[in-house]
Design a protein around this ligand. Structure first.
Ligand code: VTB
Length: 315
């Protein structure tokens, strides 16, 4: 995966740039279409045998980057690819923060094929790895994270998406004395944030998209933390979708190993608009300046990359 990292970086940078004209436009389809089109074009130039496992949908519903789509010009690298050309389409077209372009990749056959539905998730950093359990009461998970990190419960900081479905969890977390940080969109970046020392985040918790769960799980694995998840099908049709995608025990907790079964994985994200980890795209003179993170699972190495692209070359 290491040798492909810089190529993936170019893919996310150019897809983020393609989204720029649509920031604040109100047009979600156009924004998504522009980033997806660009991402597919650049992925198809890479020397790899890639297969989309998390994408824009099924072949019949997504014209591009559909699950099962083959990518690349061939070669020795057989890779599973998870993409979100815009993670945060709504904030993009509303001109708000927390939008990124993201790719996660891993050795073929190692990423969970997650259907597009809700998923309950928990992520913690390296110190609390092996201590939490998604099915345990939130109060218990807070207690073990405090113990593992050597902090008081009042000093545990938890990220949770600002949605009515989380109201009860938010109340219970606050009753323990732990602190809640609400965010609007962007599970992927916020789950990865638990593993980055200095941000002061101890846990990510809540119900969000399953595709974003797998993307986040790659970042967390690359950074030495732990993530667990559980699919939340809302009807028989969604239950069948899980089974069709190879998930037999739909109601059980998916371990980190089931989400991502290898350290030979990579995660790359470029900011479209500002977020906790990287700035959005800036314009300096006649250039776009992009800010990205690159994470390598084998080295557990996080890199921040700033790149410059002449604006005229991209119009
Ligand atoms: C979640 C979260 C994503 O959208 O899927 C969320 O995982 C959707 O939740 O990061 P709602 O249906 O409540 O909006 C994101 O925040 C952005 O795609």
């Amino acid at each position: 995966m290491q040798s492909l990292l810089l190529n993936f970086l170019k893919v996310t940078e150019s897809a983020a740039i393609a989204a720029i004209p649509w920031v604040g436009s109100g047009d979600e389809n156009a924004a998504d279409g522009a980033a997806t089109n660009e991402m597919r074009k650049t992925l198809n130039k890479m020397k790899m045998n890639g297969t989309v496992v998390i994408g824009e949908g099924e072949i019949d519903e997504a014209p591009m980057l559909y699950i099962g789509e083959r990518l690349g010009i061939g070669g020795n690298h057989e890779v599973d690819i998870a993409v979100d050309p815009i993670e945060g389409t709504t904030p993009t077209v509303n001109g708000q923060g927390n939008a990124i372009t993201v790719i996660a990749a891993a050795k073929k056959g190692t990423l969970l094929h997650a259907p597009d539905m809700y998923m309950k998730k928990i992520a913690v950093g390296p110190k609390a790895k092996g201590k939490v359990h998604l099915d345990a009461p939130i109060e218990e998970n807070i207690r073990v994270v405090a113990e593992a990190t050597g902090k008081k419960v009042q000093d545990i900081h938890i990220l949770i998406q600002d949605r009515p479905r989380h109201k009860e969890y938010i109340n219970r977390i606050r009753q323990t004395g732990a602190k809640v940080h609400l965010f609007n969109e962007g599970d992927v970046i916020y789950s990865a944030a638990t593993c980055i020392e200095g941000l002061g985040i101890d846990m990510f918790f809540g119900i969000g998209g399953a595709p974003e769960g797998v993307l986040g799980a790659v970042a967390v694995r690359c950074l030495g933390g732990e993530m667990q998840a559980k699919l939340l099908p809302r009807n028989d049709e969604e239950r069948n979708r899980c089974r069709e995608m190879g998930i037999t025990d739909v109601d059980s907790v998916l371990t980190h190993e089931q989400l991502v079964a290898t350290d030979d994985c990579a995660f790359v994200a470029t900011g479209i608009t500002d977020n906790l980890l990287v700035k959005g795209i800036e314009t300096e003179d006649a250039n776009y300046v992009t800010h990205s993170i690159l994470i390598n699972g084998l080295e557990k190495q996080l890199r921040y990359v700033k790149s410059t692209y002449p604006i005229l070359a991209n119009v």
